[in-house]
Design a protein around this ligand. Structure first.
Ligand SMILES: [Zn+2]
Length: 400
């Protein structure tokens, strides 16, 4: 959906005028807040880029004109954490969990078995289906991971398929220790840092580890992330989701782009994030779908950390592709203001991917934006569950 080079880009110019409220995420524009809000605004798109933003009455002449008729406009969402190369689903596991029963046969292994058994075109079609679903809800940039193959061939295959659709591809061979290595976790770490990394690195930008009790400990995670760095990949870490642990400190130590989940943080973890370039990516769909304790966004923001919001879309613990849903949860239950949540779902996600060309509507940025059937971005939290995304431009092309 984002990086498909075969996707047509527009060569003409288009002005979107009469935008009631425009979120630019450029503090030098508009009202001077971090959202850079402009009222009665217009955006001009030239090819695949934004070429002008300002007051609607001052919009320059263009080839085409779209009347937003008092709708709000926001940057397309940047979903910096998803797991979308998989087959099958886990309805029974979710149903059992929500019915108060434990479900011992489920878990990531169920998806690993279904994914290994699926043909390439099935995995690709499944991925496209969820990307289209996300696009309809305003997502124009997404990251996605391997992690349901857990063999050299299946991990490399997942990354090749992902790379057809996005440049933000993450090697997550260290998702769990697969059943075939249950008695030899050290052997699996050796595979991940050796032959599997060699096969996967050419198809990925990022390397990730699930650093958690029952998955990979701090020493194993350090080995895997360091090996990935040596192959040119940049770390990101599943950190401190289910319990306190070394993940956040390791992410900061290795200058990871992002520490993801951050649900169980000590004061030292919060300070480390606040004093680093590592973004704290919060994934409230996971806490929602597992009835778990919410991450404390307020604490991170007050300490000065950069916070991103993302879906963690995956068939087990967070089967939502909806950034508006995550915004509503973050505002309702995690102490974020509506302004902070929209920033984190756009510019914050871009920061978590170390991108400056997306997550903002400023001259030179990629022309990725959504029109809302509402007068303000605040409605994304104020009207939870309502499909407010009314039109989406991606790389300058209207996609819906
Ligand atoms: Zn995840």
């Amino acid at each position: 959906m984002t990086a498909d080079s075969t996707r047509p880009t527009s060569t003409s110019s288009t002005a979107i005028v009469n935008i009631a409220s425009l979120v630019t995420n450029d503090p030098s524009l508009g009202d001077g807040t971090s959202l850079g809000l402009i009222q009665d605004a217009a955006v001009v798109i030239d090819g695949d880029r934004v070429s002008w933003v300002g007051e609607s009455s001052k919009a320059p002449a263009t080839d085409n004109r779209v009347d937003a008729a008092g709708r709000a406009a926001i940057p397309g969402f940047v979903d910096s954490h998803s797991h979308l190369v998989f087959a099958g689903d886990r309805t029974r596991e979710f149903n059992a969990r929500m019915s108060g029963r434990s479900y011992t046969a489920g878990g990531i292994r169920t998806t690993v078995a279904a994914t290994r058994a699926a043909a390439d075109d099935v995995l690709d079609a499944n991925l496209v289906r969820y990307l289209d679903e996300a696009l309809r809800q305003g997502t124009t940039t997404f990251e996605t991971k391997s992690g349901y193959g857990l063999t050299v061939e299946d991990e490399a295959r997942a990354l090749r398929i992902a790379a057809r659709h996005t440049e933000e591809v993450t090697f997550l061979g260290a998702h769990i220790v697969p059943p075939d290595f249950a008695d030899d976790p050290a052997g699996y770490v050796g595979l991940v840092t050796g032959e599997m990394l060699d096969a996967c690195a050419p198809h990925a930008r990022w390397v990730d580890v699930f650093c958690e009790k029952g998955a990979f400990d701090g020493d194993q995670a350090r080995r895997i992330l360091t090996a990935g760095k040596a192959k040119g990949l940049t770390p990101r870490v599943h950190a401190n989701q289910l319990s306190y642990g070394p993940g956040v400190q390791l992410a900061v130590e290795l200058d990871a782009a992002s520490a993801d989940h951050c649900t169980h943080l000590t004061a030292e973890d919060v300070d480390a994030l606040a004093g680093s370039a590592t973004v704290a990516t919060l994934l409230p769909g996971a806490e929602f779908s597992t009835r778990a304790e919410w991450p404390d966004a307020r604490r991170l923001l007050d300490a000065g950390a950069t916070v991103a919001l993302s879906t963690d879309c995956n068939p087990g613990s967070s089967f939502t592709s909806s950034m508006p849903f995550c915004i509503a949860l973050a505002v309702r239950d995690m102490g974020m203001t509506p302004d902070e949540a929209i920033w984190s779902a756009t510019a914050g996600g871009a920061a978590a991917l170390r991108r400056t060309d997306v997550g903002r509507i400023t001259p030179g940025a990629r022309a990725d934006l959504a029109l809302l059937d509402a007068p303000s971005h605040v409605h994304l939290a104020y009207r939870p569950g309502v499909p407010l995304v009314d039109a989406v431009w991606q790389r300058g092309v209207r996609r819906r």
